[in-house]
Design a protein around this ligand. Structure first.
Ligand code: CP3
Length: 347
């Protein structure tokens, strides 16, 4: 059986076991804000070649280990990665993000989706294996996936959207077909996450980036229900599940019934309230507003301390941002945040 990584702060915080200090990692911690990332990306030619090449992707995964000193490494990949296997074709367009060739239009398109096969994404397993090995299992390696609702939204919109009009229109016009799509995606994601854990992932995070656009009732039915199904179907021994939802303030009470070990929240909810509501039954991750990182070091420290103080000295908190780092951020400021959290959270 796989052993805990040497630095197991994240695993212990996720299980609410005693910790010497608060663990920290950052969403999008390997990205364009790093000159070393831009160099690797140039070598790859484009983003897709980059994440499909284990040699380059492992180097990207390791950048935050070398340059920031974080307590966990999220594998370098994307939430859209497994969708190619079921027949969805897309490209990442410069300055625009993902664009699908043939977005889902109707029931027939859902019916025609192919069976997911982990062989098509074997490179993700390679990246997990080689990352752990290359740091001699010093840090937890985090695997991840997009949540069914968020992936369905990309497949229907065909690109990032401002209001998710096509997705919600589809959902209200044909809820049965929409649920069928969510079911197919859930089945795929169960296999995908089990594959990542089998490959050596020490934790997995489910990203529900767009569920915040739903009403609380629709959130329960179309976003939360499929996630509950996924969480109960994941085979694991110690590996915690982290559940991230962007825009969760309106239905935090609902989200925390998903069965995850850790709830990752954005900055629009007070961490003190999060702690009260979790009431030692689960852990939390977050929730610094990433925009703080554009400010002075003094402000970064002040805002980081606020978050540490809101949680207090008990275990059960993993420091992170409320959403990902941005391409024009300063590596120096990001490193400063990591150092501050590591120093100031010592018990
Ligand atoms: O956190 C990490 O460092 C791990 C790697 C990771 C990426 N994307 C790398 C990436 C993870 C966990 C993701 C998840 C992801 N991808 C989400 C969920 C998290 C969130 O941000 O809400 C979403 C919605 C996507 C879809 C996606 N991928 C978009 C909208 C974009 C374009 C945005 C942009 O910054 O250009 C991507 C591309 C992408 N994914 C990049 C990276 C580093 C940029 C690629 C590049 O141009 O180099």
């Amino acid at each position: 059986m796989k052993k805990y990584p040497k630095n197991d702060l994240l695993i212990r915080a996720a299980k609410r076991e005693p910790i010497e200090r608060t663990p920290i990692w950052l969403m999008r911690q390997a990205g364009r804000y790093m000159p070393e990332y831009r160099e690797l990306r140039q070598k790859a030619g484009n983003f897709k070649n980059f994440y499909k090449d284990p040699h380059l992707a492992v180097q990207a995964t390791l950048l935050p280990y070398h340059l920031l000193g974080v307590d966990a490494l999220i594998i370098f990949s994307d939430i859209l990665t497994p969708l190619e296997s079921i027949g969805m074709e897309f490209d990442f367009k410069e300055g625009e993000g993902p664009v699908f060739q043939n977005p889902i239009k109707d029931e027939k398109d859902i019916h025609n989706l192919k069976q997911f096969d982990t062989k098509d994404i074997s490179y993700v397993g390679e990246i997990i294996k080689q990352t752990g090995k290359s740091i001699d299992y010093e840090l937890p390696v985090i695997g991840f996936c997009g949540a069914p609702f968020t992936l369905a939204a990309y497949m229907i919109e065909g690109r990032t959207s401002r209001d998710f009009k096509k997705t919600k229109k589809f959902m209200y016009q044909n809820p049965t077909a929409f649920k069928n799509l969510l079911d197919k995606l859930s089945d795929m994601l169960i296999e995908y996450l089990n594959f990542q854990i089998d490959s050596g992932a020490d934790a997995v995070q489910i990203f529900d980036s767009w569920a915040g656009y739903l009403t609380p009732d629709d959130y329960r039915e179309f976003a939360l229900a499929p996630i509950k199904k996924i969480i109960t179907s994941i085979k694991r021994n110690y590996q915690p599940i982290i559940h991230f939802t962007k825009g969760v303030a309106g239905f935090f009470d609902e989200m925390i019934t998903s069965g995850a070990d850790v709830y990752s929240v954005d900055w629009m909810i007070d961490l003190k309230k999060v702690k009260q509501k979790l009431n030692t039954k689960a852990s939390a991750q977050g929730n610094l507003d990433p925009i703080v990182l554009y400010a002075s070091k003094e402000t970064i420290k002040k805002e980081a301390l606020k978050i540490l103080q809101k949680w207090g000295k008990e275990t059960g908190h993993i420091f992170n941002l409320g959403h990902g780092l941005m391409p024009d951020m300063s590596v120096e400021n990001v490193k400063f945040l990591v150092d501050v959290v590591k120093q100031e959270s010592i018990r």
